[in-house]
Design a protein around this ligand. Structure first.
Ligand code: 5GP
Length: 207
């Protein structure tokens, strides 16, 4: 599942709450060249790398996608996603629009969710609370304008008015998606195979 929201849209809070509430999800940690913010931890929020290391990850083809956002580089390591899928969990990616498009191309089964705060006033208030300077706020609002233009690419839209409601809605999306037939083909074929074996046994009087 890919979640995108403008900077200040409440992605991190939503993410933290999802992991508390639903153990099916696991965070797919991405790499960035941006500086660590207060309260962030290496390996939990991001894998913080130098520009040199980031470029090596690109040339070694270790990234599923990467993008320059607000002047910093961000990228999703392929391995982090594949490891989570191997555990039969849902990789949760909180990445930008360009990243979401790339993930959908690589994994057509990916589910994309676009999140917006309840109002522009709230978005600006959140950015100010983060102590972003005026120039940074302007850059982020400019990016938000471009991202919102691409919102129709996403499969789902969630308003982050109340955090509780937003998280409930994302969990509902995962519930609905997990019930789709194309995600349950293995369970259906297993049932069918058992039924065929059972019928065969019955034909030869073995039950
Ligand atoms: P922030 O610096 O506020 O944590 O993130 C800035 C933006 O970069 C957000 O929109 C976030 O979703 C996006 N982002 C974070 N990691 C990645 C990534 O690996 N790839 C892409 N394309 N965007 C990312």
């Amino acid at each position: 599942m890919v979640i995108s929201a403008p900077s200040g849209g409440g992605k991190s809070a939503i993410r933290a709450e999802i992991f508390k509430k639903d153990k099916r999800f696991k965070f797919s940690v991405t790499c960035t060249t941006r500086k660590k913010r207060k309260g962030e931890a290496e390996g939990r929020d991001y894998c913080f790398v130098s520009e040199k290391k980031f470029k090596k990850l690109i040339s070694d083809k270790k990234l599923l996608e990467w993008a320059k956002v607000h002047g910093n580089l961000y990228g999703t390591p392929i391995k982090s996603v594949l490891d989570i899928l191997k555990e039969d969990k849902i990789p949760l990616m909180t990445i930008d629009v360009k990243g979401a498009r790339a993930v959908k191309k690589y994994f057509p089964d990916a589910v994309t969710v676009f999140i917006l705060p309840a109002s522009l006033k709230i978005l600006i208030k959140r950015l100010k609370l983060r102590k972003e300077d005026k120039e940074n706020i302007a850059i982020r609002l400019e990016t938000a304008k471009k991202e919102i233009k691409e919102a129709s690419f996403y499969d789902y839209f969630v308003v982050n008015g109340s955090l509780k409601k937003a998280v409930e809605n994302i969990i509902k999306i995962a519930d609905g998606e997990s019930l789709k037939m194309h995600r349950n083909k293995d369970a259906v074929s297993k049932f069918r195979e058992e039924l065929l074996a059972f019928n065969q046994m019955r034909r030869y009087g073995g039950y």
